[in-house]
Design a protein around this ligand. Sequence first.
Ligand SMILES: NC(=O)c1ccc[n+]([C@@H]2O[C@H](COP(=O)([O-])OP(=O)(O)OC[C@H]3O[C@@H](n4cnc5c(N)ncnc54)[C@H](O)[C@@H]3O)[C@@H](O)[C@H]2O)c1
Length: 317
Amino acid sequence: MDENSKVVNKVGIVGCGHVGMAAASSLFYSGLASDLVLVDHNKNLAAGEAMDLMHGQGYATRCHVSSGDYSNLVGARYIVISAGVSQKVGETRINLLNRNIEVFKQIIPKLDKYCPDAIIIIATNPVDIMTYASQEISSRPWQKIIGTGTMLDTSRFRALIGEFYGIDPRSVHAMVLGEHGDSEVPLWSSATIAGQSILSQEFLGKKLSEEDKNKIEFSVKNAAYQIIEKKGHTNWAIGFVISHLVKIIENDQKTILPISVRFEGELGLSGLCLGYPCVVGVDGIEKKMDMRLDESEKESLYKSGTLLRSCIQQLDL
Ligand SMILES: NC(=O)c1ccc[n+]([C@@H]2O[C@H](COP(=O)([O-])OP(=O)(O)OC[C@H]3O[C@@H](n4cnc5c(N)ncnc54)[C@H](O)[C@@H]3O)[C@@H](O)[C@H]2O)c1
């Protein structure tokens, strides 16, 4: 970045595949990053992506884009980790675990060395376990290591409910919690539109039946499988999730987001990270919400947590 720039929002992307580049382009286009550094063990890929993206400056924003190695991440305020392997057709996210843990054991110590103050945003799957493992490997406070958790699933959930009623998904308040994966838990009991419970009444001439609920829930839980079957990967929506997280932290918005957070006894769970609503601001994860869940949601969340904990116990961290 040239010396005339007083405020530089430097963001490093580690892993410049489909997800990393969707995040990079969203950060670039939104003007949130003024200096983007792309790191990938395929150096040619990172160099080519950097050239390609930076040529868009004339119509987007002034943003320096370069490729480099970990030493080029000095001064970064945010690091997005999207390195590792992704799901192939029929694979669950947990199937990726051992391969991606090995990748993170290489990456995290280098980030601690070159950018110890940066907030790390983790997208690599299985994201909850990768977030917990990163917190164990890293020397930075766990509040500065944030997994994207169920932000994407929550966005899918709100989009589908919004589509059902023909309204803006941002007017739908509803969350998916738990594992970003097969055991995730859509919270119907607290889903509202204009402050009114979705379950209790008809809205805009439509009442959500059990069958409609099941269809929405199925589509949310199976979205990644369906997209991967068609195009081989998912990337655009997670790219928006990542740049949204940067925007919230950068502007200290104290927004409540279902990110992957460390559990320390809540709901009887500890030694794991799980998608759960937290206040997110300039310090990263600032507070966990107290949630009033119904009994079946509590039980499902507990099951989701114990499943992740059993995977974590098999790791050598
Ligand atoms: N959290 C979410 O909601 C969400 C959504 C979609 C995908 N994902 C996950 O994001 C990850 C990336 O997916 P993708 O489609 O971009 O995969 P991809 O294969 O396109 O990209 C991964 C990149 O990581 C790089 N890489 C591998 N090992 C590395 C290392 N040691 N150091 C640096 N770079 C390394 C590869 O060269 C590749 O460019 C996957 O684990 C995927 O499951 C998460």
